[in-house]
Design a protein around this ligand. Structure first.
Ligand code: IPD
Length: 264
């Protein structure tokens, strides 16, 4: 299957999964469990949506691997792996805030973000009515419009970020925000890293940084940003909470510099 076909399948499955998530949200949210901390929740819908995606992929691409937030990893014998967050922005979802998304990436190579290469991506935000897609070498798109990251930020950069669920990490994350403010016009914390990265690809944010994201939070969004002309780096990939930095080339360079400078 060529990359464009994988992209079409990812988009179709993301749209279907998004519709299921939206429908379940309108019926009410049932909390299924907490994960790393009490603030880190999983809903029944997270599980059901991941199940739908896994079954759809298995039916169409039985040899592909799978790496999902809720159901874990299954190795690939085809060289392709589907990296899936069924509901990114689960806390928004639980509170009834529309900023949640289904994030699906197809990657090639080892199932490790330092070694894989993104092939296709789809981020569906069903309550916002938007589906962002990308195919390696063919650009990033939103409803027929080709996306491009911003390059000029004369009034300073509009930056997106996020915080982990573990309260003991908040001071460090806030110190990073303070360093990044040197280049910011303002900061947004929207609650879904996949949407943050999709917005960056669409020029709705100028830069993004967050420590401790999991591969399924950023795999699809990273390809969207790269295909929109931006750069994405994990500054310290072997750390317990690697720092993801993304932006247009110049904004990405300045953000990396500011964030790595531990003096401030
Ligand atoms: C979370 C979201 C959030 C980010 C957290 C992630 P989840 O993913 O992407 O924006 O700040 O770090 O864990 O738990 O909703 O899938």
């Amino acid at each position: 299957m060529i990359a464009a076909d994988l992209g079409a399948l990812a988009a179709e499955v993301a749209r279907e999964a998004g519709e299921l998530a939206r429908r379940r949200r309108s019926e009410g949210v049932a909390l299924a469990a907490t994960k790393s901390t009490i603030a880190d929740i999983v809903t029944e819908a997270d599980r059901e949506v991941e199940h739908l995606i896994r079954e759809r992929v298995r039916a169409e691409r039985p040899d592909d691997g799978f790496l999902g937030e809720e159901t874990g990893a299954e190795r690939s014998s085809s060289g392709c792996t589907w990296v899936v967050d069924p509901i990114d922005g689960t806390v928004n979802y639980a509170y009834g805030i529309p900023g949640y998304s289904v994030s699906i990436a197809v990657v090639e190579g080892e199932p490790d973000p330092e070694r894989w290469q993104g092939v296709a991506a789809a981020v569906c935000a069903p309550a916002l009515g938007e589906l962002f897609t990308a195919v390696r070498g063919e650009g990033a798109w939103l409803d027929g419009t080709r996306l491009a990251v911003t390059t000029e930020t004369p009034a300073g950069a509009l930056l997106g970020t996020g915080f982990g669920y573990d309260p003991s990490t908040h001071d460090g994350d806030l110190a990073t925000v303070r360093r990044a403010m040197a280049m910011a016009r303002d900061v947004r914390r929207m609650g879904s890293a996949a949407i943050d990265l999709a917005y960056l690809a669409a020029g709705r944010l100028d830069g993004f940084f967050e420590r401790g994201l999991k591969p399924w939070d950023f795999a699809a969004g990273a390809l969207l940003v790269e295909e929109a002309g931006g750069a994405v780096t994990r500054l310290d990939p072997s750390a317990a909470r690697p720092m993801l930095v993304a932006g247009g080339p110049e904004i990405h360079r300045r953000l990396c510099e500011l964030i790595s400078d531990r003096r401030g």
